[in-house]
Ligand binder design. Structure first.
Ligand code: HEM
Length: 461
């Protein structure tokens, strides 16, 4: 692999170059507004690293797994999340785990780790299966022939799971309203991305800024009320709220106030349900389009359960179902682009990354990279057989990120997804109602540009 390009020289070196760069910058801005996936240059699907200058800003895309390792793991402490994460997500997630930096991030991560230990995650499995059964019951109630937007159903199911497991019980949140608000909020983040690319000052107004804040007001308000109620009743339940109430900064001994706790609850609710729901929706759509693979997955569920309902002990044996979900996340990674800012300069693959360079890992491109995958656009769950996985660089497939900021909920998400798929495939037959799969678009997460409509029929009760 060779380096595709190094940074262009200063744009004022020649008028022609300036014009070309201005044209390129405008194209990038328009694409970012329409769909950031379209703003990715085509070279990211075949080159190891790509360095460009857009709007007087150094921008680097890193695709080669060994360079990703160097950037996110070896030199990880020279990067921070920077403006391109804080600006779009800050108004919703405040100073929660996904956004916090440095010592503030470290103690929060340590404090929250216990709830994601394997044994703890395994204890959530019955609640995950129950939520899956409720989802199957809703789908069985759909009149024959009527198509459903499957991503709406998977959003309900995963929201149900996160509320049951992290908040230990109903939070009196109107799920449909919260999900619609989150969708609206994420849609408006394109303007924040532009503000970040243009390096507008924090106070500068831009379209959607106030509407975005309003969109998450309902969810934040409900969660704030939940925290206040828990402080007042004082009874411990061992859930995420308890962990957040008990957490204290080891250096200062300071505890989180209600706003910081709410920041984290919104973080876990949104990061924890939306991503898994989208992964599941794309999986069901792909299965609807690949009947032979769907039959093999259903046959595995039937063989493992022996025809009984899916029980907790069955889930770890659904190997092929797990491979199907992994392959769907390869083609449609729920978090398709990671963003970082270079805080301290370092060299990467022959390219010098100066302070303030915007660094992107386009996971979507890594997962469909010409040099990493054979027939990269083909849906083939056998790629995730044990031997194939062992033969690949671990960052060739990285839906949960890499390095210290690796998704804290990766194990939770995998267990939940396989449990939900196991139940749904056992109980429901899915058929795609659209001849062609809708194109994916990026609103922070990778969503279908139009609903993933499917018809559903009961397989068994
Ligand atoms: C298929 C489902 C999921 C996918 C694809 C996913 C993906 C990711 C990725 C790529 C990151 C790293 C972001 C970065 O480096 O900038 C991340 C971080 C995070 N995820 Fe997930 N995630 C999923 C499910 C979950 C679940 C179930 C939870 C919680 C219950 C969760 C909570 C978080 C949190 C809190 C962070 C920030 C971690 C930190 O910075 O220390 N995610 N996720």
């Amino acid at each position: 692999m060779t380096t595709a390009s190094t940074f262009a020289r200063h744009p004022l070196e020649g008028l022609a170059q300036f014009g070309a760069l201005a044209g390129q910058s405008l194209r990038v801005l328009r694409a970012v507004l329409r769909n950031p996936l379209e703003a990715l240059p085509p070279e990211v699907y075949r080159e190891p690293i790509l360095a460009r200058r857009v709007l007087h800003r150094n921008i680097v895309h890193v695709m080669a797994p060994e360079l990703i390792h160097q950037a996110l793991v070896t030199e990880g402490d020279k990067l921070d999340k920077g403006d391109s994460v804080r600006r779009p997500l800050g108004p919703a997630l405040g100073e929660g785990l996904l956004i916090a930096e440095g010592a503030d991030w470290r103690w929060q991560r340590r404090a929250l780790a216990p709830i994601f230990r394997p044994a703890q995650v395994q204890s959530f499995l019955p609640a995950m299966l129950e939520a899956a059964r409720r989802s199957a019951a809703r789908l069985r109630a759909v009149p024959p022939g009527q198509a459903v937007a499957i991503e709406q159903e998977t959003m309900r199911a995963t929201f149900d799971v996160i509320v049951e497991t992290m908040l230990s019980g109903p939070a009196h949140i109107d799920v449909d309203r919260a999900a619609a608000d989150i969708t609206e909020y994420l849609r408006l983040t394109h303007w924040a991305n532009i503000a970040s690319l243009l390096r507008l000052p924090d106070w500068a107004p831009y379209p959607g800024r106030r509407r975005g804040r309003r969109a998450v007001g309902y969810l934040r308000g409900r969660l704030m009320a939940q925290v206040a109620a828990r402080r007042a009743d004082g009874a411990a339940r061992g859930d995420l709220i308890d962990l957040l109430l008990e957490a204290s900064d080891p250096e200062t001994g300071q505890r989180m106030d209600d706003t910081q706790i709410t920041d984290n609850l919104v973080t876990f609710l949104t990061a924890g349900h939306e991503t898994t729901a989208l992964g599941l929706a794309w999986t069901l759509d792909l299965l609807g389009r690949h009947p032979a693979i769907a039959r093999r997955a259903v046959a595995e569920v039937d063989a493992v359960t022996g025809g009984s309902p899916v029980l907790p002990e069955h889930v770890a044996r659904l190997d092929y179902v797990k491979q199907v979900f992994q392959e769907a996340m390869r083609l449609y990674p729920p978090v398709p682009i990671l963003a970082r800012r270079v805080a301290e300069p370092f060299a990467l693959g022959g390219t010098m990354l100066w302070r303030d360079t915007a660094l992107f890992i386009p996971i979507h491109a890594v997962h469909r990279h010409e040099t990493l995958w054979e027939a990269p656009h083909v849906f083939d769950p056998d790629r995730f057989g044990p031997e194939q996985v062992a033969a690949r660089h671990r960052h060739a497939f990285m839906p949960f990120g890499a390095g210290p900021r690796l998704c804290i909920g990766g194990g939770f998400a995998m267990l939940e997804a396989v449990a939900i798929l196991g139940v749904l495939l056992r109980e429901i037959r899915f058929t795609s109602a659209e001849a062609v799969a809708p194109a994916p678009r990026v609103d922070i997460t990778l969503r279908p540009s139009s609903p993933l409509r499917m018809t559903v029929a009961a397989r068994r009760g």
